[in-house]
Design a protein around this ligand. Structure first.
Ligand code: VGL
Ligand code: ZN
Length: 203
């Protein structure tokens, strides 16, 4: 069974959002188009409390994109984004959510960030996504969404570690930073992941 994972297609990562990804909106028609090829579609949602430790605003004297230590881990500080219940945390109304069977929220603990849809950055807590997919008999996962160099990439790396055959759909994702994305792609390929174009989905 093949599953499609829609990663964080939320207003704050789209043009005009608090942590906007350039051309992030261009992936939405592609994600809508490819959903019909999959028997299972799930989504992740970045879902932070206002006092989240990844927000620069919660660290005196720090600015967005500065770094700090959070819970003993290196942390990039972000603009406030995807605050629980706010517009920026909502899925784009352009994204077709009808076929999405489950949504996995992440980043809810103020003391740790969570890029991957499977685990927080310290691998302390699981979201349940891995068990859900395994329970549904999923062997192969395909990924798209935002942002390529953070949440999509780290979700792909955890999927590989959990033993899923993992494929990133390159035209269905966009990065915050192109260099970071080049490095992430390299790592995904080295760990056995696949990177394809949506036109190359072979079923
Ligand atoms: C993300 C930075 C902070 C993402 C989430 O969805 O890629 N990036 N929070
Ligand atoms: Zn976040």
């Amino acid at each position: 069974m093949n599953a499609l994972l829609l990663t964080d297609v939320q207003y704050d990562f789209l043009p005009g959002g608090a942590l906007e990804v350039t051309d992030g909106d261009l992936i939405i028609p592609i994600l809508n188009q490819i959903q019909k090829k999959f028997e299972l579609v799930v989504a992740t949602q970045d879902w932070h409390p206002k006092d989240h430790g990844s927000f620069a605003s919660n660290h005196k004297g720090k600015n967005p994109f500065d770094t700090t230590l959070l819970g003993g881990l290196d942390q990039i500080l972000w603009p406030d984004h995807c605050v629980q219940g706010e517009k920026g945390a909502e899925f784009s109304s352009q994204l077709n959510m009808h076929a999405v069977e489950a949504v996995f929220r992440k980043g809810t603990d103020p003391g740790i960030d969570s890029y991957s849809g499977f685990f927080d950055n310290g691998k302390k807590k699981s979201t349940g996504l891995g068990d859900f997919l395994k329970g549904r008999g999923v062997m192969r996962v395909f990924l798209g969404g935002l942002a390529a160099d953070f949440c999509v990439g780290f979700t792909a790396l955890d999927a590989l570690e959990l033993g899923f055959d993992t494929t990133l759909i390159e035209d269905a994702t966009k990065p915050i930073d192109q260099n970071g994305w080049n490095n992430m792609k390299q790592t995904i390929l080295e760990k056995g992941g696949n990177i394809i174009s949506s036109s190359g989905i072979g079923f």
